[in-house]
Design a protein around this ligand. Structure first.
Ligand code: KPC
Length: 521
């Protein structure tokens, strides 16, 4: 289907994608500019976040790109299977948390377990996701001027040649961005029906699970587990390391971690660390998990759903075979700071180069490859970045944990709410925006926040938040605290808070900034 001369509206795109999904069409969707006969500067294999942003950036710099994706839409796994459904589920978890806690009070009806359905949320997501897909196709073509082929397999012939839609294309550079997929643990029974990961949950769930065992302790495990529990599905997490202490997450503050994990437990989740999963039980479908607990005892835990939260592995096999790109011991393609692989003219971006498998990294990798392809020497260092996850809360952090700061600086000042030594429920603080109903009804659930300063320079070196609404601000805090001048407690004290705000760092800083000798609060 050649759509170059068609200028489909968002609604028309949505209908077309719906029809592809229903099998009414097959074959590639071709959007190539016949008036542009320049050789491609880059062919992007994979039109997810990295490929799409890289393509847009390269185009904006005057280059010619072609983006090829297996799905009939651009945007990749994020709006189809991953970040977008996860955010829908996390928002549902937050709503369900309040609905349970306040059931029968105020305007909240008695809680009806039958209406809290994981399956309903999965179906809600699936019924709406093609709208986001439609916009990605529309924006990429009509607003960004990109060329693309969708619903097609890209066959890489060599570093400068790709076949797709029955045609052969040549290019100066190749950009690999086909992502990663869940690495399944090697235990008997892992292939049974009733075992899901974040992707198959969306595509295959056809019942409403009431009890779940999660194998693994990744972010995905915490996020999906919190949603399952909030939806009334009794959830057990079997992790190797204590949650949020693995290598996958950096700079996690001990107090923040304790608040989050405590919050998961008081909401009824069972969490075990130091475990070894031995087997998924069941004959024709998963009925439980056999696990060796940290004390050596072996336990069978019954459930009607098993969920894999052990992390992901790069989709790099084909590129190793055809191009010989170097990969590491987890199959992630090895790149330098410019996103160059070991093969000249071949770049790799996003999840396929390994962790962190985060949106900012994917998109900035794409931008980095594009800048280099267009002649700039531009390097992207993603060793430092702000991070977040959702439990029933939005959990956000940037910079150093308190422990890390104490290892690095002699005089560390901490501003914290609730203050150190005050039990969570003793005061309804932070009482921050988004947690007011909690603060006044369940004060131990009103969140946690901490700012860490180097007393000598008065600079903020870390910020940590459990609550809602701080993620947005943390993007800017990250930039400020890592900028050359940094951000001091005095500058924070000068800022104009929009009271009553999600994080209290400005107002709390002002209470201490008057002192020449800073002290904790
Ligand atoms: C709404 C939204 O940004 C989620 S989908 C993003 C896909 S892409 O813009 O290609 O990174």
């Amino acid at each position: 289907m050649d759509i170059r001369e068609q200028h489909l509206s968002n609604l028309e795109w949505r209908t077309l994608i719906d029809e592809f999904e229903a099998g009414a069409h097959d074959g590639p969707i071709i959007n190539i500019d016949p008036d542009d006969d320049r050789e491609y500067d880059a062919i992007f294999i994979g039109g997810g976040a990295g490929g799409r942003f890289g393509s847009a950036f390269l185009r904006a710099r005057g280059g010619r790109q072609l983006t090829i994706d297996q799905w009939p839409f651009l945007g990749g796994s994020c709006p189809h299977l991953a970040c977008v459904p996860h955010h829908l589920f996390s928002e549902a978890a937050r709503e369900l948390d309040l609905a349970r806690l306040l059931a029968g009070r105020f305007w909240y009806p008695e809680f009806d377990e039958n209406k809290a359905s994981i399956l309903d949320m999965v179906e809600l997501f699936k019924s709406g996701r093609n709208s986001a897909h439609a916009f990605m196709n529309y924006q990429s073509k009509e607003q960004l001027g990109m060329e693309y082929i969708l619903n097609a397999t890209a066959t890489v012939i060599d570093a400068h040649t790709v076949e797709a839609a029955g045609r052969r294309f040549t290019t100066k550079n190749l950009v690999l961005g086909t992502g990663a997929t869940t690495r399944l643990p090697e235990v008997p029974g892992i292939d049974l029906p009733g075992v899901f990961d974040y992707a198959t949950l969306i595509e295959e769930l056809d019942y409403n699970p009431r009890s779940c065992v999660i194998i693994g302790g990744s972010k995905v495990a915490i996020e999906y587990g919190s949603f399952f529990q909030a939806a009334g599905c009794q959830t057990t997490i079997l992790a190797r390391s204590p949650l949020m202490t693995g290598k996958g997450l950096h700079h996690v503050d001990d107090d923040l971690r304790e608040y989050v994990v405590h919050g998961m437990r008081i909401r009824g989740m069972e969490i075990h660390d130091g475990t070894e999963t031995l087997e998924v039980l069941g004959d024709t479908r998963a009925t439980g998990v056999r696990v060796r607990l940290s004390d050596g005892t072996i336990r069978d835990i019954e459930c009607d759903m098993v969920f894999i939260g052990t992390g992901e592995r790069a989709n790099s096999d084909e590129f190793v075979k055809v191009l010989g790109v170097e990969v590491d011991d987890r199959d992630s393609i090895v790149v330098d700071g410019n996103m160059r692989t070991s093969v000249p003219g071949v770049y790799a971006i996003g999840d396929i180069i390994g962790p962190p498998m985060e949106m900012f990294k994917a998109r900035k990798c794409g931008m980095t490859a594009a800048r280099n392809i267009m002649g700039e020497d531009y390097s992207f260092d993603f060793s430092e970045y702000p991070d977040f996850l959702h439990s029933t809360y939005e959990v956000t952090w940037v910079g150093l944990s308190e422990r890390e700061a104490r290892e690095k600086y002699e005089d560390v000042i901490v501003i914290q709410m609730p203050p150190p030594g005050v039990p969570y429920g003793d005061i309804p603080l932070p009482c921050a925006e988004g947690t007011m109903l909690m603060a006044f009804t369940h004060p131990e659930r009103t969140g946690f926040q901490k700012a860490v300063f180097d007393g000598a320079t008065r600079k903020l070196v870390g910020a940590h938040h459990v609550g809602y609404g701080a993620k947005d601000g943390f993007q800017y805090l990250d930039y400020l605290i890592h900028s050359t001048d940094g951000l001091t407690i005095d500058q924070l004290a000068e800022m104009n808070e929009l009271f009553l705000n999600p994080s209290h760092f400005i107002q709390l800083s002002r209470l201490r900034a008057g002192s020449m000798e800073l002290s904790s609060l």
